[in-house]
Design a protein. Sequence first.
Length: 305
Amino acid sequence: MERKLVGVFLCMLLTTTTVFQVTAVGHSLSNNPPEIPHIMGPTNGTVGTAYDYMVNTVDPDGDNVSYWVEWGDGTHTGWTDSYPSGEHAVVNHTWYERGSFLVTAKAKDIYDAESDFSAPLMMNVTGPQIDITVRPRGFGAAATIINWGEDVATNVTWNVTLTGGIVLFGRSKGSTIDEILPGEMVPVSSFFFGFLRCNITATAGNSSDSLGGFLAGPFLLSVTKNEVYNGSVEKIDVEKKEVTVKNLNGALKTFKIDPSCKFKDKNGNGITIDQIKKGDSVKVTWQRQGSPNTEKVAVEIQKLE
């Protein structure tokens, strides 16, 4: 009697295990990807403002889903947290340049089955866009602030700061400009007095620029064009030989890549341009070739992590 009971138990256990395996394998073989998601949100906005978007889809198998949103400016959300099928997810983004951007989204379920990208939602970004350029002048440094946007820029805070050297006067100067009209150029200046090598950094809004040189009293001599810019890679165009980097303040700067540019990993070892991707933290050593308004050229790009 005991042998029969043991036999029946083993038979039931084997049958249950087999059914479970067949069910699990059957699910993986018949799993369907989520439907193409819908994305809803603003279609008009201004530079420097964060906007919320809702993404939604349904998974045919009722699985939880994650979303990936491309913002059209070379950045993306990465995969979001997992949401129940049919539930809205909210993501947000800030554009730092004017233009028209195509926002698209895709979804994947918990078994990594992905949908196609959604139809694009066009976001038109307008507004002021401030740029600043600094240069040495007879006494001290001068900077030019330009509003490249279509709208008036208001309450624009600027600052010119010296680091390094022995600065006896004028290490930092700044103010706020009430408004800058579209296309308007506003000159600002800073007087200083000091000695030895220093760096000059000028900022206005989300824009920044810098120079290096040797201080001799009120004069900046032997101006060097080697400067450093830290941030994350927003866009890298191998064909155009350009890299765009966003710093911690959200300021974007685009550099031409010099033909002899050195690419390094975090340990200083040589790598190739193909090993630098969007989102990488980098230190760009660059030169401004020629006058202040000419191209900024990267002579070394090093990954920081």
